[in-house]
Design a protein around this ligand. Structure first.
Ligand SMILES: C[S@@+](CC[C@H](N)C(=O)[O-])C[C@H]1O[C@@H](n2cnc3c(N)ncnc32)[C@H](O)[C@@H]1O
Length: 254
């Protein structure tokens, strides 16, 4: 028995199963202080996801996985907390903390309901974490609750355009045609895949962020380098050089 929402318990089982596939990338990213983002490793200089003064600030990573983003924030002087829904992902994170001598609290839980008081943090970030796998109508208001006025929220997700062109069949790269409607995009389940994802149109992200108490500061569309590579089959470099396949939202708590 669990009182987790259905999508959270399904995603917990999925990520406990998938965690082994994310050990190597976690080890690689923990080993460098130079942040790179998304499936093409776009350099921080082009993204600016951590381009705020983190020294002495309270920061939380929502869906931290192996917690390499948290390690980058800790190395920039932040007091970091990571929360993740998967015990197996956190086991890797804990091992890497010890190996790198960089320890901070890691919570096993749902980023839609974080056990911290209101206004506990100055910065919240998620890279394909809660921002993809948790319900945006729950995790965005929760992030707003956790942040102090003036605090920043940054999250990286698949672009809305990619979600319209993504092939349903596993292992097949995105089409250059629109395969599904944009209106009504929200909860997404792929055939044969036990997980539950959430994707919104740009208009719906803007409405939700503003309604939750955020001012939107930027939307960065990531473009891979000409020679970039990825281990993910769902989009080609040729596609991603023409259209944004990943986007970073930056918002400020008003
Ligand atoms: C792709 S990983 C993100 C971590 C890392 N940035 C990466 O790209 O490998 C997705 C993580 O989100 C976590 N997650 C999924 N739903 C969550 C939820 N409701 N609350 C907290 N974490 C969640 C999963 O357990 C998983 O570790």
């Amino acid at each position: 028995m669990t009182d987790l929402p259905e999508h959270v318990s399904r995603n917990r089982a999925l990520w406990d199963d998938w965690a082994v596939k994310f050990v190597a990338s976690g080890e690689h990213n923990w080993a460098t202080a130079d942040a790179t983002w998304g499936i093409w490793d776009v350099p921080e200089s082009q993204v600016g996801a951590l381009a705020v003064d983190l020294q002495g600030k309270d920061a939380i990573e929502l869906g931290c996985g192996t917690a390499y983003v948290s390690s980058w924030m800790a190395r920039r002087g932040a007091r970091v907390v990571g929360i993740d829904n998967s015990a197996a992902q956190l086991a890797t994170a804990r091992r890497l903390q010890i190996e790198h001598g960089l320890e901070f609290p890691l919570l096993h839980g749902n980023a839609e309901a974080v056990p911290y008081p209101d206004a506990s943090f100055d910065f919240a970030i998620s890279e394909y974490g809660a921002c993809l796998w948790a319900d945006p109508y729950r995790w965005v208001p929760e992030a707003a609750r956790l942040l102090r006025p003036g605090g920043r929220l940054v999250f990286l997700v698949n672009s809305a355009l990619l979600m319209l062109c993504m092939e349903a069949e596993d292992g097949v790269a995105a089409s250059d045609r629109l395969l599904r409607p944009a209106f009504g995009m929200y909860r997404v389940e792929w055939p044969g895949d036990p997980g539950v994802e959430f994707h919104l149109s740009h208009g719906d992200w803007i409405k939700l962020l503003r309604r939750s108490g955020f001012a939107i500061e930027d939307l960065v569309e990531l473009r891979p380098a000409e020679d970039a590579t990825t281990r993910y089959p769902f989009v080609t470099r040729e596609w991603a050089r023409q259209w944004p396949c990943e986007e970073v939202w930056k918002a400020r708590r008003v």
